[in-house]
Design a binder for this molecule. Sequence first.
Ligand SMILES: Cc1cc2nc3c(=O)[nH]c(=O)nc-3n(C[C@H](O)[C@H](O)[C@H](O)COP(=O)(O)OP(=O)(O)OC[C@H]3O[C@@H](n4cnc5c(N)ncnc54)[C@H](O)[C@@H]3O)c2cc1C
Length: 478
Amino acid sequence: MQTLEYDLVVVGAGSGGYAAARTARDLGASVALVDHGPLGGLCILRGCMPSKAFLASSDALHAAREAHALGVRIDGAIGADMPFIAARKRALVKEFADYRIEGIETFPLHQGHATFISDRTLVVGEHTQLKARSFIIATGSSVAPAQIPGLQETGYIDSDGVLELESIPSSVAVLGGGYSACELGQFLARMGAKTTMLIRSGHLLTYADDDVGDALTTYFREDGIHVIERTQVTRVERRGPRKVVHYLLHGEKHELVVEEIFFAQGRVPNVEGLGLATAGVAFDQSRGIVIDATLRTSRPNIFAVGDVTGDYPLVHVAIYQGEMAARNAIKGENEEADYSIVSAHTIFTDPQIAHVGMTEKELTAAGIEHCVGRYSFAEHGKAMCLNTTRGFVKMMSRLVTGEILGASIIGPQASELIHEVIVAMTYHATVEQFMRIPHLHPTLAEIWTYPAEECAMQCGLREPVDQMIELATSAGPG
Ligand SMILES: Cc1cc2nc3c(=O)[nH]c(=O)nc-3n(C[C@H](O)[C@H](O)[C@H](O)COP(=O)(O)OP(=O)(O)OC[C@H]3O[C@@H](n4cnc5c(N)ncnc54)[C@H](O)[C@@H]3O)c2cc1C
Protein backbone atom coordinates (compact mmCIF):
# COMPACT_ATOMS: atom_id res chain seq x y z
CA MET A 1 0.00 0.00 0.00
CA GLN A 2 1.37 3.45 -0.92
CA THR A 3 1.27 6.16 1.74
CA LEU A 4 1.03 9.83 0.74
CA GLU A 5 1.08 12.89 2.97
CA TYR A 6 -0.63 16.26 2.51
CA ASP A 7 -1.47 19.33 4.59
CA LEU A 8 -5.15 18.75 3.84
CA VAL A 9 -7.21 15.91 2.40
CA VAL A 10 -10.75 16.76 1.25
CA VAL A 11 -13.18 13.85 0.99
CA GLY A 12 -15.84 14.57 -1.63
CA ALA A 13 -15.31 16.81 -4.68
CA GLY A 14 -18.81 18.31 -4.92
CA SER A 15 -19.63 22.00 -4.38
CA GLY A 16 -18.40 22.11 -0.76
CA GLY A 17 -15.30 19.94 -1.16
CA TYR A 18 -14.12 21.60 -4.36
CA ALA A 19 -14.49 25.09 -2.82
CA ALA A 20 -12.52 23.91 0.23
CA ALA A 21 -9.71 22.43 -1.88
CA ARG A 22 -9.34 25.59 -3.99
CA THR A 23 -9.27 27.85 -0.94
CA ALA A 24 -6.65 25.72 0.83
CA ARG A 25 -4.45 25.58 -2.28
CA ASP A 26 -4.71 29.38 -2.68
CA LEU A 27 -3.37 29.62 0.87
CA GLY A 28 -0.32 27.61 -0.18
CA ALA A 29 -1.28 24.24 1.31
CA SER A 30 -0.70 20.85 -0.32
CA VAL A 31 -4.18 19.44 -0.92
CA ALA A 32 -5.56 16.15 -2.22
CA LEU A 33 -9.14 15.33 -3.21
CA VAL A 34 -10.81 11.95 -2.72
CA ASP A 35 -14.01 11.01 -4.55
CA HIS A 36 -15.51 7.67 -5.54
CA GLY A 37 -17.39 9.27 -8.43
CA PRO A 38 -19.23 9.90 -10.57
CA LEU A 39 -17.32 13.18 -10.55
CA GLY A 40 -19.19 16.48 -10.73
CA GLY A 41 -21.19 16.68 -7.49
CA LEU A 42 -24.91 16.54 -6.81
CA CYS A 43 -25.70 20.09 -7.98
CA ILE A 44 -24.38 19.43 -11.47
CA LEU A 45 -25.25 15.76 -11.91
CA ARG A 46 -28.61 15.22 -10.15
CA GLY A 47 -29.60 18.47 -8.42
CA CYS A 48 -29.84 22.18 -9.21
CA MET A 49 -28.71 22.21 -12.82
CA PRO A 50 -30.64 19.32 -14.42
CA SER A 51 -33.77 20.28 -12.49
CA LYS A 52 -33.54 23.90 -13.63
CA ALA A 53 -32.91 22.77 -17.22
CA PHE A 54 -36.14 20.71 -17.05
CA LEU A 55 -38.08 23.55 -15.43
CA ALA A 56 -37.04 25.99 -18.16
CA SER A 57 -38.90 23.78 -20.65
CA SER A 58 -42.06 23.30 -18.56
CA ASP A 59 -42.15 27.04 -17.76
CA ALA A 60 -41.85 27.88 -21.48
CA LEU A 61 -44.64 25.41 -22.25
CA HIS A 62 -46.83 27.07 -19.64
CA ALA A 63 -45.99 30.55 -20.93
CA ALA A 64 -46.96 29.48 -24.46
CA ARG A 65 -50.29 28.15 -23.18
CA GLU A 66 -50.94 31.40 -21.30
CA ALA A 67 -49.74 33.72 -24.07
CA HIS A 68 -53.31 34.31 -25.29
CA ALA A 69 -53.81 36.48 -22.17
CA LEU A 70 -51.33 38.94 -23.73
CA GLY A 71 -53.00 38.79 -27.11
CA VAL A 72 -50.53 36.37 -28.62
CA ARG A 73 -52.07 33.80 -30.89
CA ILE A 74 -50.27 30.51 -31.38
CA ASP A 75 -51.90 28.54 -34.14
CA GLY A 76 -51.67 24.78 -33.97
CA ALA A 77 -50.94 22.49 -31.05
CA ILE A 78 -48.61 23.55 -28.25
CA GLY A 79 -46.68 20.57 -26.97
CA ALA A 80 -43.46 19.35 -25.41
CA ASP A 81 -40.77 17.18 -27.00
CA MET A 82 -39.56 15.16 -24.01
CA PRO A 83 -36.72 13.33 -25.82
CA PHE A 84 -35.38 16.76 -26.89
CA ILE A 85 -35.76 18.15 -23.36
CA ALA A 86 -33.94 15.14 -21.89
CA ALA A 87 -31.14 15.40 -24.47
CA ARG A 88 -30.75 19.16 -23.83
CA LYS A 89 -30.48 18.48 -20.09
CA ARG A 90 -27.89 15.71 -20.69
CA ALA A 91 -25.79 18.01 -22.87
CA LEU A 92 -25.86 20.81 -20.28
CA VAL A 93 -24.98 18.43 -17.44
CA LYS A 94 -22.08 17.03 -19.47
CA GLU A 95 -20.79 20.51 -20.24
CA PHE A 96 -20.95 21.59 -16.57
CA ALA A 97 -19.47 18.30 -15.33
CA ASP A 98 -16.60 18.34 -17.86
CA TYR A 99 -15.68 21.84 -16.72
CA ARG A 100 -15.83 20.84 -13.04
CA ILE A 101 -13.79 17.68 -13.67
CA GLU A 102 -11.12 19.78 -15.38
CA GLY A 103 -10.87 21.79 -12.16
CA ILE A 104 -10.89 18.71 -9.93
CA GLU A 105 -8.06 17.15 -11.93
CA THR A 106 -5.76 20.08 -11.18
CA PHE A 107 -5.47 18.48 -7.70
CA PRO A 108 -3.96 15.13 -6.80
CA LEU A 109 -7.18 13.07 -7.13
CA HIS A 110 -7.65 9.71 -5.43
CA GLN A 111 -10.65 7.94 -6.90
CA GLY A 112 -12.31 5.49 -4.59
CA HIS A 113 -14.27 5.15 -1.37
CA ALA A 114 -12.60 6.89 1.58
CA THR A 115 -12.50 5.22 4.99
CA PHE A 116 -10.81 6.68 8.07
CA ILE A 117 -8.60 4.23 9.95
CA SER A 118 -7.60 6.88 12.51
CA ASP A 119 -8.09 10.63 12.96
CA ARG A 120 -4.90 11.26 10.94
CA THR A 121 -5.15 8.58 8.25
CA LEU A 122 -7.65 7.34 5.72
CA VAL A 123 -7.51 4.65 3.08
CA VAL A 124 -8.81 4.95 -0.46
CA GLY A 125 -9.62 1.63 -2.06
CA GLU A 126 -7.12 -1.15 -1.39
CA HIS A 127 -3.82 0.42 -2.31
CA THR A 128 -3.64 3.99 -1.04
CA GLN A 129 -3.26 5.43 2.41
CA LEU A 130 -3.47 9.19 2.91
CA LYS A 131 -2.11 11.03 5.92
CA ALA A 132 -2.82 14.68 6.63
CA ARG A 133 -2.73 17.29 9.34
CA SER A 134 -6.36 18.17 8.59
CA PHE A 135 -9.31 16.60 6.78
CA ILE A 136 -12.52 18.11 5.41
CA ILE A 137 -15.43 15.73 4.91
CA ALA A 138 -17.80 16.90 2.15
CA THR A 139 -19.49 13.66 1.13
CA GLY A 140 -22.97 15.11 0.54
CA SER A 141 -26.30 13.32 0.81
CA SER A 142 -28.42 10.69 -0.94
CA VAL A 143 -32.14 10.19 -1.45
CA ALA A 144 -33.64 8.84 1.80
CA PRO A 145 -34.52 5.15 1.64
CA ALA A 146 -38.24 4.52 1.21
CA GLN A 147 -39.77 3.33 4.49
CA ILE A 148 -43.35 2.97 3.26
CA PRO A 149 -44.54 -0.68 3.26
CA GLY A 150 -44.68 -2.11 -0.26
CA LEU A 151 -43.02 0.86 -1.98
CA GLN A 152 -39.72 -0.91 -2.69
CA GLU A 153 -41.47 -3.97 -4.16
CA THR A 154 -43.93 -1.86 -6.19
CA GLY A 155 -41.24 0.37 -7.64
CA TYR A 156 -41.01 4.15 -7.67
CA ILE A 157 -38.90 7.04 -8.87
CA ASP A 158 -37.10 9.56 -6.67
CA SER A 159 -35.67 12.95 -7.74
CA ASP A 160 -32.80 11.15 -9.49
CA GLY A 161 -35.39 9.09 -11.38
CA VAL A 162 -37.49 12.10 -12.40
CA LEU A 163 -34.37 13.76 -13.80
CA GLU A 164 -33.66 10.64 -15.89
CA LEU A 165 -37.15 10.43 -17.43
CA GLU A 166 -37.29 10.15 -21.21
CA SER A 167 -41.09 10.17 -21.30
CA ILE A 168 -43.75 11.52 -18.96
CA PRO A 169 -46.01 9.07 -17.11
CA SER A 170 -49.75 9.64 -17.61
CA SER A 171 -50.37 9.98 -13.87
CA VAL A 172 -48.12 10.47 -10.86
CA ALA A 173 -48.54 10.39 -7.08
CA VAL A 174 -45.99 12.69 -5.45
CA LEU A 175 -45.27 11.62 -1.88
CA GLY A 176 -43.92 14.73 -0.13
CA GLY A 177 -44.34 18.49 -0.21
CA GLY A 178 -40.77 19.84 0.13
CA TYR A 179 -38.91 21.93 -2.44
CA SER A 180 -37.92 19.03 -4.65
CA ALA A 181 -41.47 17.58 -4.60
CA CYS A 182 -42.87 21.00 -5.53
CA GLU A 183 -40.39 21.85 -8.30
CA LEU A 184 -40.42 18.44 -9.97
CA GLY A 185 -44.11 17.77 -9.19
CA GLN A 186 -45.04 20.97 -11.04
CA PHE A 187 -42.72 19.98 -13.89
CA LEU A 188 -44.48 16.62 -14.26
CA ALA A 189 -47.91 18.26 -14.10
CA ARG A 190 -47.07 20.89 -16.72
CA MET A 191 -45.60 18.22 -18.97
CA GLY A 192 -48.94 16.41 -18.94
CA ALA A 193 -48.95 14.00 -15.99
CA LYS A 194 -52.15 13.98 -13.93
CA THR A 195 -50.44 14.87 -10.67
CA THR A 196 -51.58 14.30 -7.10
CA MET A 197 -49.44 15.41 -4.17
CA LEU A 198 -50.01 13.64 -0.85
CA ILE A 199 -48.62 15.70 2.01
CA ARG A 200 -48.61 15.22 5.77
CA SER A 201 -48.89 18.85 6.88
CA GLY A 202 -51.50 21.53 6.21
CA HIS A 203 -49.74 23.07 3.21
CA LEU A 204 -46.84 22.57 0.82
CA LEU A 205 -43.40 23.57 2.21
CA THR A 206 -44.09 22.79 5.88
CA TYR A 207 -41.19 24.92 7.16
CA ALA A 208 -42.38 28.10 5.40
CA ASP A 209 -44.72 30.67 6.91
CA ASP A 210 -48.36 29.62 6.52
CA ASP A 211 -49.22 32.49 4.15
CA VAL A 212 -46.42 31.44 1.76
CA GLY A 213 -47.15 27.70 1.94
CA ASP A 214 -50.92 28.25 1.65
CA ALA A 215 -50.46 30.51 -1.38
CA LEU A 216 -48.34 27.94 -3.22
CA THR A 217 -50.85 25.21 -2.38
CA THR A 218 -53.68 27.36 -3.79
CA TYR A 219 -51.76 28.17 -6.99
CA PHE A 220 -50.90 24.50 -7.54
CA ARG A 221 -54.58 23.63 -7.17
CA GLU A 222 -55.59 26.41 -9.56
CA ASP A 223 -53.20 24.87 -12.10
CA GLY A 224 -54.84 21.46 -11.76
CA ILE A 225 -52.43 19.74 -9.36
CA HIS A 226 -54.43 17.80 -6.81
CA VAL A 227 -52.86 18.56 -3.41
CA ILE A 228 -54.27 16.47 -0.57
CA GLU A 229 -53.03 17.65 2.82
CA ARG A 230 -52.95 15.95 6.24
CA THR A 231 -52.64 12.49 4.73
CA GLN A 232 -50.80 9.48 6.03
CA VAL A 233 -49.60 7.02 3.41
CA THR A 234 -49.99 3.53 4.88
CA ARG A 235 -48.85 1.22 2.09
CA VAL A 236 -48.28 0.85 -1.63
CA GLU A 237 -49.04 -2.07 -3.93
CA ARG A 238 -49.00 -3.01 -7.59
CA ARG A 239 -52.30 -3.71 -9.34
CA GLY A 240 -51.60 -4.98 -12.86
CA PRO A 241 -49.67 -2.26 -14.68
CA ARG A 242 -50.80 0.42 -12.16
CA LYS A 243 -49.49 1.40 -8.74
CA VAL A 244 -51.83 1.96 -5.82
CA VAL A 245 -51.11 4.29 -2.91
CA HIS A 246 -53.20 3.62 0.20
CA TYR A 247 -53.56 6.57 2.55
CA LEU A 248 -55.56 7.83 5.50
CA LEU A 249 -57.37 11.16 5.36
CA HIS A 250 -59.26 12.29 8.48
CA GLY A 251 -59.01 8.68 9.70
CA GLU A 252 -60.70 7.28 6.57
CA LYS A 253 -59.02 4.88 4.14
CA HIS A 254 -58.47 6.05 0.55
CA GLU A 255 -56.56 4.77 -2.44
CA LEU A 256 -54.93 6.52 -5.38
CA VAL A 257 -54.24 4.56 -8.58
CA VAL A 258 -51.42 5.92 -10.75
CA GLU A 259 -48.88 4.95 -13.37
CA GLU A 260 -45.88 6.20 -11.36
CA ILE A 261 -44.97 7.18 -7.81
CA PHE A 262 -42.50 9.98 -7.14
CA PHE A 263 -41.10 9.43 -3.65
CA ALA A 264 -39.86 12.83 -2.44
CA GLN A 265 -39.47 12.54 1.30
CA GLY A 266 -36.03 13.91 1.98
CA ARG A 267 -32.36 12.99 1.89
CA VAL A 268 -29.87 11.38 4.27
CA PRO A 269 -26.19 12.28 4.85
CA ASN A 270 -23.52 10.12 3.18
CA VAL A 271 -21.75 8.79 6.28
CA GLU A 272 -21.87 5.07 5.44
CA GLY A 273 -18.48 3.35 5.36
CA LEU A 274 -16.48 6.50 6.19
CA GLY A 275 -15.11 4.99 9.40
CA LEU A 276 -16.28 8.01 11.40
CA ALA A 277 -16.50 6.08 14.67
CA THR A 278 -12.91 4.87 14.21
CA ALA A 279 -11.76 8.46 13.66
CA GLY A 280 -13.72 9.62 16.71
CA VAL A 281 -16.06 11.84 14.68
CA ALA A 282 -19.53 12.20 16.23
CA PHE A 283 -22.44 11.83 13.82
CA ASP A 284 -26.10 11.02 13.61
CA GLN A 285 -27.19 8.55 10.92
CA SER A 286 -30.13 10.72 9.85
CA ARG A 287 -28.99 14.28 10.69
CA GLY A 288 -25.36 13.98 9.67
CA ILE A 289 -21.95 14.89 11.07
CA VAL A 290 -22.03 17.11 14.14
CA ILE A 291 -20.03 20.33 13.69
CA ASP A 292 -19.40 23.43 15.77
CA ALA A 293 -19.55 27.02 14.51
CA THR A 294 -15.95 26.76 13.22
CA LEU A 295 -17.04 23.70 11.18
CA ARG A 296 -14.87 21.37 13.27
CA THR A 297 -16.22 17.94 14.13
CA SER A 298 -15.67 16.30 17.52
CA ARG A 299 -12.07 15.74 16.24
CA PRO A 300 -10.58 19.26 15.98
CA ASN A 301 -8.41 18.40 12.94
CA ILE A 302 -11.40 17.00 11.00
CA PHE A 303 -13.95 19.42 9.54
CA ALA A 304 -17.25 18.73 7.78
CA VAL A 305 -19.17 20.90 5.30
CA GLY A 306 -22.19 20.78 2.99
CA ASP A 307 -25.09 18.34 2.92
CA VAL A 308 -23.29 15.78 5.09
CA THR A 309 -23.77 18.17 8.02
CA GLY A 310 -27.53 18.17 7.46
CA ASP A 311 -28.57 21.69 8.35
CA TYR A 312 -28.71 23.79 5.17
CA PRO A 313 -28.67 21.59 2.04
CA LEU A 314 -27.88 24.42 -0.37
CA VAL A 315 -25.01 24.89 -2.78
CA HIS A 316 -24.06 28.38 -1.65
CA VAL A 317 -23.97 27.20 1.98
CA ALA A 318 -21.74 24.23 1.05
CA ILE A 319 -19.36 26.66 -0.69
CA TYR A 320 -19.45 29.17 2.20
CA GLN A 321 -18.68 26.37 4.66
CA GLY A 322 -16.04 24.77 2.42
CA GLU A 323 -14.10 28.02 2.07
CA MET A 324 -14.32 28.79 5.78
CA ALA A 325 -13.33 25.27 6.86
CA ALA A 326 -10.27 25.48 4.58
CA ARG A 327 -9.21 28.80 6.09
CA ASN A 328 -9.68 27.50 9.63
CA ALA A 329 -7.83 24.27 8.84
CA ILE A 330 -4.84 25.82 7.09
CA LYS A 331 -4.47 29.01 9.12
CA GLY A 332 -5.47 27.38 12.41
CA GLU A 333 -8.12 30.03 12.93
CA ASN A 334 -11.54 29.96 14.58
CA GLU A 335 -13.69 31.90 12.14
CA GLU A 336 -17.34 31.13 12.94
CA ALA A 337 -20.12 30.49 10.47
CA ASP A 338 -23.15 32.78 10.67
CA TYR A 339 -26.18 31.45 8.82
CA SER A 340 -28.54 34.35 9.53
CA ILE A 341 -28.26 35.61 5.96
CA VAL A 342 -26.39 32.80 4.18
CA SER A 343 -29.34 30.48 4.80
CA ALA A 344 -31.35 32.52 2.26
CA HIS A 345 -32.88 30.23 -0.32
CA THR A 346 -35.18 30.03 -3.29
CA ILE A 347 -37.55 27.49 -4.80
CA PHE A 348 -37.99 27.41 -8.55
CA THR A 349 -41.70 26.72 -8.70
CA ASP A 350 -43.98 29.03 -10.66
CA PRO A 351 -44.54 31.36 -8.95
CA GLN A 352 -41.06 31.21 -7.44
CA ILE A 353 -40.44 31.48 -3.71
CA ALA A 354 -37.48 33.06 -1.94
CA HIS A 355 -36.64 33.90 1.63
CA VAL A 356 -33.88 35.57 3.64
CA GLY A 357 -33.41 35.94 7.39
CA MET A 358 -35.99 34.86 9.94
CA THR A 359 -39.52 33.84 8.99
CA GLU A 360 -42.49 35.40 10.72
CA LYS A 361 -43.12 32.23 12.69
CA GLU A 362 -39.46 32.05 13.77
CA LEU A 363 -39.60 35.67 14.99
CA THR A 364 -42.78 34.98 16.92
CA ALA A 365 -41.38 31.77 18.41
CA ALA A 366 -38.19 33.60 19.45
CA GLY A 367 -40.25 36.35 21.11
CA ILE A 368 -38.66 39.08 18.97
CA GLU A 369 -40.92 42.14 18.73
CA HIS A 370 -41.29 42.93 15.06
CA CYS A 371 -43.31 44.68 12.37
CA VAL A 372 -44.55 43.03 9.17
CA GLY A 373 -45.24 44.81 5.90
CA ARG A 374 -46.92 43.04 2.96
CA TYR A 375 -47.75 43.90 -0.62
CA SER A 376 -49.49 41.88 -3.29
CA PHE A 377 -48.31 41.55 -6.90
CA ALA A 378 -51.99 41.86 -7.90
CA GLU A 379 -51.77 45.55 -6.94
CA HIS A 380 -48.36 46.19 -8.49
CA GLY A 381 -48.33 48.09 -11.77
CA LYS A 382 -45.41 46.29 -13.45
CA ALA A 383 -46.71 42.86 -12.45
CA MET A 384 -50.09 43.81 -13.94
CA CYS A 385 -48.40 44.83 -17.21
CA LEU A 386 -46.57 41.49 -17.28
CA ASN A 387 -49.70 39.54 -16.31
CA THR A 388 -47.79 37.96 -13.41
CA THR A 389 -49.98 39.00 -10.51
CA ARG A 390 -49.86 35.86 -8.36
CA GLY A 391 -48.11 36.20 -5.00
CA PHE A 392 -46.87 38.82 -2.58
CA VAL A 393 -43.82 40.13 -0.76
CA LYS A 394 -43.42 40.68 2.94
CA MET A 395 -40.70 42.21 5.04
CA MET A 396 -40.14 41.85 8.76
CA SER A 397 -38.28 44.47 10.80
CA ARG A 398 -37.32 44.91 14.43
CA LEU A 399 -39.76 47.02 16.39
CA VAL A 400 -38.33 50.43 17.36
CA THR A 401 -35.04 50.26 15.38
CA GLY A 402 -36.53 49.12 12.08
CA GLU A 403 -33.61 46.77 11.30
CA ILE A 404 -34.69 44.36 8.56
CA LEU A 405 -34.87 40.87 10.07
CA GLY A 406 -36.27 38.88 7.19
CA ALA A 407 -38.19 38.91 3.94
CA SER A 408 -40.21 36.42 1.93
CA ILE A 409 -41.50 36.54 -1.59
CA ILE A 410 -43.75 34.33 -3.62
CA GLY A 411 -44.14 35.72 -7.08
CA PRO A 412 -42.48 36.44 -10.43
CA GLN A 413 -38.65 36.47 -10.47
CA ALA A 414 -38.52 35.82 -6.71
CA SER A 415 -35.11 34.15 -7.03
CA GLU A 416 -33.70 37.38 -8.47
CA LEU A 417 -35.71 39.93 -6.47
CA ILE A 418 -34.65 38.51 -3.09
CA HIS A 419 -31.06 39.65 -3.69
CA GLU A 420 -31.92 43.28 -3.02
CA VAL A 421 -33.02 42.41 0.52
CA ILE A 422 -30.01 40.08 0.93
CA VAL A 423 -27.73 43.03 0.16
CA ALA A 424 -29.67 45.32 2.51
CA MET A 425 -29.54 42.77 5.34
CA THR A 426 -25.84 42.10 4.75
CA TYR A 427 -25.25 45.75 5.62
CA HIS A 428 -27.78 45.67 8.50
CA ALA A 429 -30.04 48.19 6.81
CA THR A 430 -33.19 49.48 8.48
CA VAL A 431 -36.47 49.76 6.59
CA GLU A 432 -36.00 53.51 6.58
CA GLN A 433 -32.59 53.19 4.89
CA PHE A 434 -34.07 50.66 2.47
CA MET A 435 -36.69 53.18 1.39
CA ARG A 436 -33.97 55.67 0.47
CA ILE A 437 -32.58 53.30 -2.18
CA PRO A 438 -33.69 54.59 -5.60
CA HIS A 439 -35.88 52.07 -7.41
CA LEU A 440 -36.34 52.28 -11.16
CA HIS A 441 -39.83 52.46 -12.53
CA PRO A 442 -41.66 50.45 -13.62
CA THR A 443 -39.90 47.36 -12.27
CA LEU A 444 -40.86 44.36 -10.22
CA ALA A 445 -38.12 45.29 -7.73
CA GLU A 446 -39.85 48.47 -6.61
CA ILE A 447 -42.54 46.32 -4.97
CA TRP A 448 -40.18 46.02 -1.96
CA THR A 449 -40.65 49.69 -1.14
CA TYR A 450 -44.25 49.03 -0.03
CA PRO A 451 -43.59 46.53 2.78
CA ALA A 452 -40.56 48.58 3.81
CA GLU A 453 -42.74 51.67 4.09
CA GLU A 454 -45.43 49.77 6.00
CA CYS A 455 -42.81 48.49 8.46
CA ALA A 456 -41.38 51.99 8.85
CA MET A 457 -44.81 53.35 9.68
CA GLN A 458 -45.49 50.56 12.18
CA CYS A 459 -42.09 51.20 13.77
CA GLY A 460 -42.78 54.94 13.90
CA LEU A 461 -39.75 55.62 11.69
CA ARG A 462 -41.39 57.01 8.60
CA GLU A 463 -40.35 60.56 7.78
CA PRO A 464 -42.55 63.02 5.88
CA VAL A 465 -42.69 61.98 2.22
CA ASP A 466 -41.06 65.18 0.91
CA GLN A 467 -37.82 64.32 2.72
CA MET A 468 -37.61 60.95 1.01
CA ILE A 469 -36.46 60.04 -2.43
CA GLU A 470 -39.77 60.00 -4.30
CA LEU A 471 -38.68 57.23 -6.63
CA ALA A 472 -38.62 54.82 -3.71
CA THR A 473 -42.38 54.90 -3.39
CA SER A 474 -43.48 55.51 -6.95
CA ALA A 475 -44.34 51.92 -7.84
CA GLY A 476 -47.81 52.69 -9.21
CA PRO A 477 -48.58 53.56 -12.81
CA GLY A 478 -46.78 56.62 -14.16
C1 LIG B 1 -33.32 17.71 -7.27
C2 LIG B 1 -32.43 18.66 -6.49
C3 LIG B 1 -32.46 20.01 -6.78
C4 LIG B 1 -31.65 20.90 -6.08
N1 LIG B 1 -31.72 22.22 -6.38
C5 LIG B 1 -30.97 23.11 -5.68
C6 LIG B 1 -31.01 24.49 -5.99
O1 LIG B 1 -31.74 24.93 -6.90
N2 LIG B 1 -30.22 25.33 -5.27
C7 LIG B 1 -29.41 24.88 -4.25
O2 LIG B 1 -28.71 25.69 -3.61
N3 LIG B 1 -29.35 23.56 -3.94
C8 LIG B 1 -30.10 22.68 -4.62
N4 LIG B 1 -30.03 21.34 -4.32
C9 LIG B 1 -29.15 20.91 -3.22
C10 LIG B 1 -27.68 20.92 -3.67
O3 LIG B 1 -27.54 20.15 -4.85
C11 LIG B 1 -26.78 20.35 -2.55
O4 LIG B 1 -27.02 21.08 -1.36
C12 LIG B 1 -25.29 20.44 -2.88
O5 LIG B 1 -25.03 19.97 -4.17
C13 LIG B 1 -24.47 19.67 -1.84
O6 LIG B 1 -23.10 19.78 -2.11
P1 LIG B 1 -22.03 18.93 -1.26
O7 LIG B 1 -20.69 19.45 -1.64
O8 LIG B 1 -22.40 18.93 0.17
O9 LIG B 1 -22.21 17.42 -1.74
P2 LIG B 1 -22.11 16.73 -3.19
O10 LIG B 1 -22.15 17.70 -4.29
O11 LIG B 1 -23.15 15.66 -3.17
O12 LIG B 1 -20.66 16.07 -3.20
C14 LIG B 1 -20.35 14.94 -2.46
C15 LIG B 1 -19.24 14.18 -3.17
O13 LIG B 1 -18.72 13.21 -2.26
C16 LIG B 1 -18.44 12.00 -2.96
N5 LIG B 1 -18.47 10.94 -1.91
C17 LIG B 1 -19.50 10.61 -1.10
N6 LIG B 1 -19.10 9.66 -0.21
C18 LIG B 1 -17.80 9.40 -0.47
C19 LIG B 1 -16.83 8.53 0.11
N7 LIG B 1 -17.08 7.76 1.17
N8 LIG B 1 -15.59 8.50 -0.43
C20 LIG B 1 -15.27 9.29 -1.50
N9 LIG B 1 -16.15 10.14 -2.06
C21 LIG B 1 -17.39 10.20 -1.56
C22 LIG B 1 -19.54 11.93 -4.02
O14 LIG B 1 -19.14 11.14 -5.12
C23 LIG B 1 -19.72 13.42 -4.40
O15 LIG B 1 -18.91 13.77 -5.52
C24 LIG B 1 -30.80 20.42 -5.05
C25 LIG B 1 -30.75 19.05 -4.76
C26 LIG B 1 -31.56 18.18 -5.46
C27 LIG B 1 -31.51 16.71 -5.14
